[in-house]
Structure formats: C-alpha cells, structure tokens
Design a protein around this ligand. Sequence first.
Ligand code: HPA
Length: 246
Amino acid sequence: MTILAIIGGTGLTALDDLIMNEQKSVETPFGTPSSPLLMGEYQGKEVIFLPRHGQQHTIAPHKVNYRANIWALYALGVEKIIAIAAVGAIDLNLHPGTLAVPDQIIDYTYGREQSFYSDDFTADRHLDFTYPYDVELRKEILAAAVRQKITITDGGSYGATQGPRLETAAEIKRLAQDGCAMVGMTGMPEAYLARELGMAYASCAVMANWAAGISGHEIQMTDIEHVLNEGMTQVKQLLAEIIRLQ
Ligand code: HPA
C-alpha cells in the first residue's frame, strides 16, 4: 500500500479526525523536521501528517528545514505527498476562499538549501523538473474535488517568494507579468526535494487573500485567518475523500 503524507501549512496545523497512533521523532542527516511525524489513521487508512511550520506554527517559511521534513517522510516509506499551501491569489479568476492545484512553479526564494546533494554533487544530479508536480497525484486531487462538489481550479503557476513578509504591489505586478497565478512562501524547495527522492508530490493551494495591490486595500491578517478557516474546511473534506480511496 502506498503511504500518503499530508504536509499542512498555515491554517492546517492539525487534522481533526486523525486517529493518532504514534508521534515519531525522526532525526535526519539534515537535521530535525518541523515537528514529530504524526502517524495515524484517517478514514480507516494509514496517513502521516507533518505541520510544516511546527505544531504551534512557530517556524517562518524561510526557516523551515525543508530537507529534514522531506527526508523524514522518505525515511518512513512515504511515496506520495500532498502539500497544503495558503497562497495569495494573483489571477483574477482565483477568488479568496477557493482552491487550486497548481501545475507550474517559479522560484523567487533565495538562501534556502535546494538539494540533498549540495555538498556531494555529481553531474547526474541535475534532475528534470519540467513538470514540478506529479501528474497522477494532481489528477487524484482534482477528481476527489469533483466527487465532493468542491470548486477547484486545475493549474496555474505558483510563485514561491521568500517571506516572511508579504509582497509589495510592484512585486506582485512583476509576478503577474511572469505568469504567476498565485503566490506563496513554502512551495520551494519542498517540491524539488521530493523529486530528488523520487516521491510523488502535488499541492492543494488555498487562496487566502488577493495578493498585494490587487484589491486596492492593504492585506489584513484577520481577513486571511477568516478566509483560511473556511478554505481549510473544504481542504479537510477533500483530503478525507482522497484518503478514503487510497
Ligand atoms: N503572499 C505570499 N504568501 C501568502 C500570501 C501572499 O499574499 N497569502 C498567503 N500566503
């Protein structure tokens, strides 16, 4: 059986209905993951949950030890990762509160460890990343959304910014010109590290707000929290459907 892991982001630090069997603290050659891995059963199926920012949401996006997180999941035999990500919406068709499954990435982050092989590089480590998300896993998420009658957008480029600050209006204009449909702070190097270890990785993005400058108002954290609460209810419904069919 394929072991599925969920990486939860802002707004999803726990899976309410997860029957937790064990919390596993895993040490990796790259350090300690954001939290012990929460091993349990969801809808009668085995699933592993990892809150990306820690159980108390204390780890900033640029401080997440992405290598330790992905390595720890790999070490436990995980083959599929669904990454939940709160994002700002740039494409005007992506309204706050709705979901999307991005199909491309533009990486604007810097200073993050991008590879497991940084210190031990050989030419054969230049891996293909033309399609950064796993095609089959994307389809699984989209099909589950259709079955649950959850509105979800198929595709869009995810712009990964450094954070922890939100962007300026001019930065978002530039991202829009680059073709980004949404912007978040954690999509990279997470997606690529999963690729390095041969794990299927796809993301379910929740539009938390209009990205900077799009609505004409400044971004309020209270609005983001409110929208995310509602969006995550749909995410949980979606995850339940995906996990049920594993
Ligand atoms: N920008 C970057 N990351 C985000 C945003 C945003 O507007 N909203 C939620 N995560």
